[in-house]
Design a protein around this ligand. Structure first.
Ligand SMILES: [Zn+2]
Length: 862
């Protein structure tokens, strides 16, 4: 790092260069940390230590995440938490290696790590979507996510605290990865324990996959290998408990569970669900305020039920896990011209073996003792002086190109001096002689190169860096000195940042969603039924309204907001509730409302799951376009400096609130599959205005400033086809030095949606040969998935999405367009009929959609 920060104004960067000012009370945080430590030391109870460790780490994370590991730019991108956690995890694995190898210390120096390969990664994974999509309701899926969290905690507890093997260094929805000693190879005991956890927590519905990598010394090699191997879902000898359970004889006939399709319920049970699924569902019913757990409350917009959207966001982290894109960011300001100059200096006669100015060479070039004698008035010294000046010019002429270029003015002076000497112009010669003072010139040269060294190399390990600059190629120098190092803590920061981004989005989505009211009705009876919503009929003075209610003791809580209006209108008369639900088992099913107690509010929003690479949530359909536009600008703000290197994909599944939930979740899985097939795009720049870059995928405006407003020379570099700075694997160019017609290379972010009008529609979410989704009208050449940049175009469609509230007309038009196109192209007529075809589509749109826009000129909206 080269840029020290002032102590009173320190900026904290994310792993991608987005800076914000630090506001932290160090003393308070320090004291808090001391308190946790004292608490641990005070209780020496070995049984408590495991729980305390968890609490301690949690608190430490909160405190240390606020502080920096290093304040100088651009190393201000790693917090003290990542730095400490990864250092401790490496130490733990090395200590384990020492014990297993009976050698202490196993590693004497950091440099030995690469050769000795003391690490492995032990991973535990599972099929997330297979498990999670076996859900009929929000509580089913939320419960499954909770069970996954519990499984993760249990496994961590075993590996980190009981077996002391190593720490979890990366986790997402699909698995856990532990850094363990290379000498660890017998995983039988641990494997059995892990299988047991899966059987206990999920009845064996979820099958674990295990993997142990080869020995290694580099996280950037081990971790991507671990993730890739886990994706292969290798079979293990696991006997799921549910299979065994089917063998036990029971008096009543066993029937297969409607939710998981694995467990069973017994003939005659009201609910067609197995015990495990029932337990999971109950787990998912625990409220996470203020989010709702009822799809009807997500769909309610204050006036009516609209469609719901399940959104799946996903970051492609692969190139970051393997460090490639970290090595495209700069840790020191880079200046190619000065680096070349410094390198040439080190390799020239002008530089001594200890990287100083070579006194001997300066002596040879500028020792003008005889000349001095003549200047001082000794006439006999004249011939000697002339010879000396000629010799000095010879020294210059026989030196290398670098010296020639850097000392060209000295040559000019020497030649002028010779001329004046020949003219015996003693006064001018004296002046010139004084200017050619070798000590002064040596001093100046020294100052010049020290300044370049200070700027380019900094003060840390300068001699080592000097050696690198002298001996290596420019690309190697950049790699070794100027680029960020994908250190374990920096990698951890990458996925902590993407996860934080999703968590912040979740908070702001929830805050921005509709406030939904629940009416709490005091009823004449108290029921001990579970927390599901029951179908009821509320009546007053002969009028009726159907809806759903949750029973909690002697409260009835409305969870279908439309019935609130009915209750409001009949506040002053007696309300009666009749439970019409077919699963209702209580003897009594009709009772009165004693009084209207209060209103409670929740939000029409639900997070399904958040991890570093994936975020799934539910919102009303009308919120989507605004959300995606806001998302895009937040994404550019926080990740824009690594534009084209950290794709964020967005998949939206629109569905009616009664649509079977598993088809919705299955659609999300299919989107993730589609987004995985990345294709690099090469785009030509048409126009640049400041940081606004215009290409044929639209105008992108990228951030390029540090927190204090100065230009950031560390992060905002785009990958270019030619020119720029040549790195080992790619070429990059600073965003402000891009030029028209240059070609930038990007890993695109995709955006796609599907209307789930039928449950089989989800099978359309699949890529065709061209890595594009087959389009009903244009076939394989279709635009889907769209680029995230295109989302602005959809803003104009927003009104249609909102007003129609249903997509049947859009489907009709698609079908018409597809059939006409097929009909005509079979006859080879499409070419001639293109105009007619367009007109037909136009009139179909007019016909189908105009009624939603009354007097407005809707055409401008399409
Ligand atoms: Zn089940």
């Amino acid at each position: 790092a080269s840029d020290k920060q002032s102590i009173c104004r320190t900026y904290y960067s994310n792993a991608f260069g987005h800076e914000r000012e630090i506001e932290v009370n160090y003393k308070a945080e320090r004291n808090a940390v001391y308190d946790y430590i004292l608490d641990i030391l005070d209780t020496c109870d070995i049984n408590e230590i495991k729980t305390k460790r968890k609490v301690f780490l949690n608190n430490l994370r909160k405190s240390f995440s606020k502080a920096l590991g290093m304040t100088a730019r651009a190393a201000n991108d790693v917090s003290l938490w990542e730095h400490s956690y990864m250092t401790a995890s490496i130490f733990k694995a090395l200590l384990g290696q020492s014990i297993l190898e009976n050698e202490f210390p196993v590693i004497k120096d950091k440099k030995e790590i690469e050769n000795k390969k003391p690490f492995r990664i032990f991973s535990v994974g599972w099929d997330f979507f297979d498990f999670v999509s076996r859900s009929q309701t929000i509580p089913d899926v939320v419960g499954r996510i909770k069970v996954l969290e519990e499984i993760k905690e249990e496994i961590k507890n075993r590996i980190e605290a009981e077996f002391l093997l190593g720490n979890c260094i990366y986790e997402d929805d699909f698995g856990l990865h532990f850094l363990v000693p290379a000498a660890f190879d017998d995983k039988t005991i641990i494997k059995n324990q892990i299988l047991k956890i899966f059987n206990e927590k999920t009845n064996g519905f979820l099958i674990p996959h295990l993997n142990l990598t080869d020995d290694g010394g580099k996280l950037t090699e081990l971790l991507p290998e671990a993730v890739r191997e886990l994706e292969k879902k290798k079979e293990i000898d696991f006997i799921p408990k549910w299979m065994v359970d089917w063998k036990d004889g029971l008096p009543r006939k066993k029937l297969i569970c409607n939710v998981c399709g694995k467990g069973f319920y017994c003939e005659g049970d009201k609910e067609e669900i197995c015990r495990t699924c029932k337990e999971i569902r109950n787990k998912g019913r625990e409220e996470i305020k203020p989010q709702t757990r009822f799809i009807d409350e997500v769909a309610w917009n204050g006036r009516e039920y609209e469609n719901v959207a399940l959104v799946v966001l996903n970051f492609d982290l692969e190139n970051w896990l393997e460090g490639l894109f970290v090595r495209c960011l700069f840790i020191r300001k880079y200046d190619e011209k000065n680096l070349q100059k410094l390198k040439d200096f080190y390799n020239s006669e002008l530089c001594s073996s200890n990287y100083d100015i070579n006194k001997g060479f300066i002596e040879n070039l500028l020792n003008l003792g005889a000349l001095k004698a003549w200047v001082d008035g000794i006439d006999e010294a004249y011939n000697g002086a002339l010879t000396q000046v000629n010799n000095r010019i010879d020294v210059y002429n026989s030196s290398g190109d670098f010296v020639k270029s850097i000392l060209s003015n000295i040559k000019t002076s020497l030649e002028k001096l010779r001329k004046k000497l020949e003219e015996k112009d003693r006064n001018t010669v004296r002046k010139m002689f004084e200017e050619l003072n070798k000590d002064k010139i040596e001093e100046q040269l020294k100052a010049e190169f020290r300044k370049i060294e200070d700027y380019l190399l900094g003060s840390e390990n300068r001699d080592e860096k000097r050696k690198i600059v002298k001996k290596s190629t420019i690309a190697e120098i950049i790699e070794k000195i100027f680029l960020k190092n994908p250190s374990p803590s920096r990698l951890m920061r990458v996925w902590n940042n993407t996860k934080d981004f999703f968590e912040d989005l979740s908070t702001s989505l929830c805050e921005g969603s509709f406030v939904i009211e629940r009416y709490i009705l005091g009823i004449t009876r108290s029921f001990n039924v579970d927390g599901r919503a029951w179908e009821v009929e509320i009546s007053a003075k002969g009028k009726k309204e159907r809806g759903e209610i949750v029973f909690d003791g002697n409260n009835g809580i409305t969870v279908t907001p439309h019935i609130n209006r009915f209750i409001e209108e009949n506040k002053d008369v007696e309300l009666k509730i009749k439970v019409t639900d077919r699963d209702w088992e209580e003897a009594e099913n009709e009772f009165s409302v004693k009084k209207f107690k209060e209103k409670r509010s929740v939000r029409g929003y639900r997070t399904i799951s958040v991890s570093p690479n994936m975020f799934i949530f539910l919102v009303p359909a009308s919120k989507i376009i605004d959300f995606i536009i806001a998302l895009k600008s937040k994404y550019i703000e926080q990740f824009g400096k690594v534009y084209g290197k950290l794709p964020l994909n967005v998949g939206v599944v629109y569905f009616k609130r009664k649509t079977p939930f598993f088809t919705v979740l299955d659609s999300a899985r299919r989107f993730i599959g589609c987004f995985k097939v990345q294709k690099d795009l090469v785009k030509e720049i048409h126009d640049i205005k400041g940081s606004k870059i215009s290409t044929d995928i639209g105008i992108i405006e990228l951030p390029y400033k540090l927190g204090d407003g100065e230009i950031d020379y560390y992060h905002p570099y785009l990958i270019v086809e030619e020119g720029g700075i040549a790195l080992k694997e790619t070429r990059v160019k600073h965003v402000l030095s891009l030029e028209n017609w240059e070609k930038i290379k990007i890993h695109p972010s995709f955006f796609d949606f599907e209307y789930l009008d039928t449950t089989v529609r989800r099978f359309d979410i699949v890529l065709g040969e061209d890595k594009k989704r087959t389009h009903p009208i244009v076939g394989n050449k279709g635009p889907r998935p769209y680029l995230l940049e295109d989302v602005d175009k959809f803003e104009r469609l927003k009104e249609i999405f909102e007003r129609i509230g249903s997509w049947t007309p859009i489907r009709d038009i698609e079908a018409l367009a597809a059939s006409k196109r097929q009909e005509w192209s079979e006859k080879g007529e499409l070419g001639d009929r293109k105009a007619i075809y367009e007109e037909l589509i136009d009139s179909a749109l007019e016909n189908k959609l105009r009624r939603f826009f009354d007097d407005k000129n809707w055409g401008n909206n399409v």
